[in-house]
Design a binder for this molecule. Sequence first.
Ligand code: AVI
Length: 324
Amino acid sequence: MQDEGVERTISYDFKPGRESFLAEVLIGLRKPQKELPSKYFYDERGSHLFERMCELEEYYIPRIEASIMQAHIKEMAELVGPHVLLIEYGSGNCKKVRFLLDHLHNPVVYIPIDISREQLLHVSKELASEYPKLEVYPVCADYLSSFDLPALKRPNERVVVYFPGSTIGNLDPILAKHFLEHVASVCGTAGALLIGVDLKKDPAVLHSAYNDKEGITAAFNLNLLQRINRELDCDFQLEWFQHYAFYNPRESRVEMHLVSQRDQEVHLNRETISFAKGESIWTESSYKYNLDEFEQMAAAAGFKVERVWVDERQWFSVHYWVVS
Ligand code: AVI
């Protein structure tokens, strides 16, 4: 049954519908190197599996990012300043932003943007009651598409975008630059970006992070096929696809694929898609940067680097950039 109270908390709903999901899947599966957009990982089960992944010993990103945030939160809050309008792209379960909100000086508005509608509805409602002085305007959207932000009633001193977790790494560098240019225009003059990005490291560390022993990452990857079966009436046989993730040093990225275990055919929207044994569907890239490369990205996108924090092994970094 639909909870009408919750319904009303979504400020804007631009969630891609079935038609665009189908179109994007078909475009991807018709390519010589078959691919699927990683944004579709995050249905209800996918979001849940991602949360479990974030608890894994091997998947170091959330743990190290949280330790950097904890060590430097006072300085971050000073830089952000009072009465901020905070926008978060890919807000997920909003766990990270709670820590930030708890330390900011009288934040006035929070706009979480996420493609996973159910989770967005749920956490926005929780946040609104936990932070009664904060106005929460959830926006359901694929943040790469163009959409309007809600018109706001309350004045703010600065717009700050929060983009944690190295989600920027899931965009190829050219798209990442365009996206960050767009973020700079959303921030406007006096605006800033607080962003977490994963750094280059021993490929063995990356290998275990994306091939965890419990098989949660594999289940997360395969869940995409299950979602396509359910929502698009497709007939992928999950037992005949296998998770495969590796670090590609030439491109500085972890690639996730699903590899067909035999010659087989899949049917979607009256189309037959053939797979040869060993052929893969490329489902995600996770780019890793070094600090210089990411600083160059800031300049290219119209930002000035104000501050960078790293952990002692330099595995992960958090950056505060201001619009230049
Ligand atoms: C959301 N994103 C930053 C994750 C990453 O590390 O690229 C998604 C993920 N894929 C497999 N494990 C985690």
